[in-house]
Design a binder for this molecule. Structure first.
Ligand code: PFF
Ligand code: NA
Length: 453
């Protein structure tokens, strides 16, 4: 049971929530994953479906999460329990909160490994550790980096420590202050990279690739990937947005804020595409290279370009900051829960969560070297974390949330929190009752392999 009787801390500045939630949303999902899945699923048509998913499913779900957080003023577990009590519904629904908190923790356990790659590549670029003339050379650099558990572990440990250091300082002095300079810095670096891309030769081709609509390239697998990625990229069903929403002042408009975050996230994903694909096309590379696109193709492309090292360093610094403003949001649900229920201070909560996280992320990191054979059903530990969160916990948690909002809770809760004009409220309700659950059930059935498209 909750012990804290003090009023809950709130974002200090007017832009606090918007910056923090945008920081959470904008991350490896936008800069690492979005470009390569767009490459894999064929470009423009995929981007269009993705946009529909973001605005038809992502935004209504995000509005639901922020409302639950602000209404319940607590971690996902506590907030959902309170809101459910208010509607006289059974406590079994707080499972949705537990699932979200667990999901955020699990995502973070493998996210710090990928973020560690990015930090390491800043260092490698600065010290000339990335050299070679072919994609094979770049694969060798990347493979060698992953081979040593000590150095790989040091980089992911660094990300873990940085994350815990920031969240340990609290919501205002830690999270709000760091996103306050990292987010503007990130946008500035991205703009510089796009200008660079503009002069590097492949810009027209990149624009055509991202925006030309070619219905033939649209597969149903691509449509499902787009919906799944919409959840991940907006940080949904992981406790992050809900907990950030629990610090949102009563006066802020939830609908407007959710749309703001979704637009910012989308713009950054498209900008990342415009920063990356010109270099890829200018060097005659394949846009469908997969997860190695930015760690293997991109460094090679930069190497052959004037000022390439400088912009390569800039690129990986930007990626590292984007990852950090996301990682701090993934642990905030757990931190809030520990502080409210176990009487820990922020730093105590941060370091205790940090130790557990470190142990699990170390296992994830070992999947790239000594633990590569520790597999179950063909997947190593890292793969399992990714698979369980994106295929099960996120869709199920999202489903739980929209079912709660659409069918279980009193509608007054959302009328109060969203404070929308009747037409917009009806539109939101229609989305959470019918469109979102249907979309989620389709991804989920596909993930279970009951129906493969
Ligand atoms: N939205 C982040 C990204 O696109 O990289 C990932 C993420 C952040 C997922 C926070 C879940 C979360 F709770
Ligand atoms: Na994102």
């Amino acid at each position: 049971m909750t012990t804290s009787q003090q009023p809950r801390v709130q974002w200090l500045g007017r832009w606090g929530f918007l910056l923090a939630a945008t920081g959470s949303a904008v991350g490896l999902g936008n800069i690492w994953k979005f470009p390569y899945i767009t490459g894999e699923f064929g470009g423009g048509a995929f981007v269009l479906v993705y946009l529909v998913c973001i605005f038809a499913v992502g935004v209504p779900v995000m509005m639901t999460e922020i409302s639950l957080g602000r209404r319940g003023r607590g971690s996902p577990v506590d907030a959902i329990r309170r809101v459910v009590n208010e509607s006289d519904r059974g406590s079994v629904w707080s499972l949705v909160g537990w699932m979200g908190m667990l999901c955020g923790f699990m995502v973070l356990s493998f996210y710090v490994v990928v973020a560690g790659w990015s930090f390491a590549y800043v260092w490698k670029m600065l010290t000339g550790g990335i050299s070679g003339t072919s994609v094979d050379d770049m694969v060798a650099v990347f493979t060698a980096h992953n081979q040593s558990p000590i150095s790989l572990g040091l980089w992911s440990t660094l990300v873990t420590v940085a994350t815990m250091f920031i969240v340990g300082k609290g919501v205002q002095k830690g999270i709000e202050r760091s996103v306050g300079w990292m987010m503007p810095g990130l946008v500035l670096m991205l703009l510089l990279l796009i200008v660079y891309g503009f002069f590097s030769g492949g810009f027209g081709e990149a624009v055509r690739f991202l925006f030309a609509f070619d219905a033939d390239s649209l597969s149903s697998a691509g449509m499902l990937a787009a919906l799944g990625h919409a959840f991940f990229t907006l940080s949904l069903a992981s406790g992050a947005i809900l907990t950030y929403g629990s610090y949102l002042p009563k006066s802020a408009s939830i609908g407007r804020t959710a749309i703001g975050v979704a637009i910012a996230d989308t713009v950054v994903a498209l900008m990342a595409g415009l920063a990356i694909f010109p270099a890829i096309f200018a060097n005659g590379m394949d846009p469908g290279e997969g997860p190695g696109l930015i760690f293997m193709s991109l460094p090679l492309a930069f190497q052959s370009m004037p000022l390439g090292t400088l912009f390569g360093v800039l690129f990986f610094i930007m990626l590292s900051m984007a990852a950090l403003t996301s990682s701090i949001s993934m642990i905030e649900a757990t931190l809030s829960w520990l502080c409210d229920n176990k009487g820990l201070s922020r730093p105590q909560a941060a370091w205790s969560a940090g130790i557990v996280l470190w142990l699990i992320s170390t296992l994830a990191m070992l999947s790239f070297n000594v633990g590569a054979d520790w597999t179950l059903g063909g997947k190593n530990f890292f793969d399992w974390l990714d698979y369980l969160t994106s295929r099960f916990l996120m869709p199920l948690g999202g489903l739980g949330m929209v079912v709660l909002a659409g069918f279980v809770l009193k509608s007054q809760t959302f009328r109060d929190e969203l404070a929308l004009p009747p037409v917009l409220y009806a539109a939101w309700l229609f989305m959470v009752r019918y469109v979102s659950p249907l979309g989620i059930v389709v991804i989920f059935i596909n993930a279970l392999g009951l129906y493969q498209v």
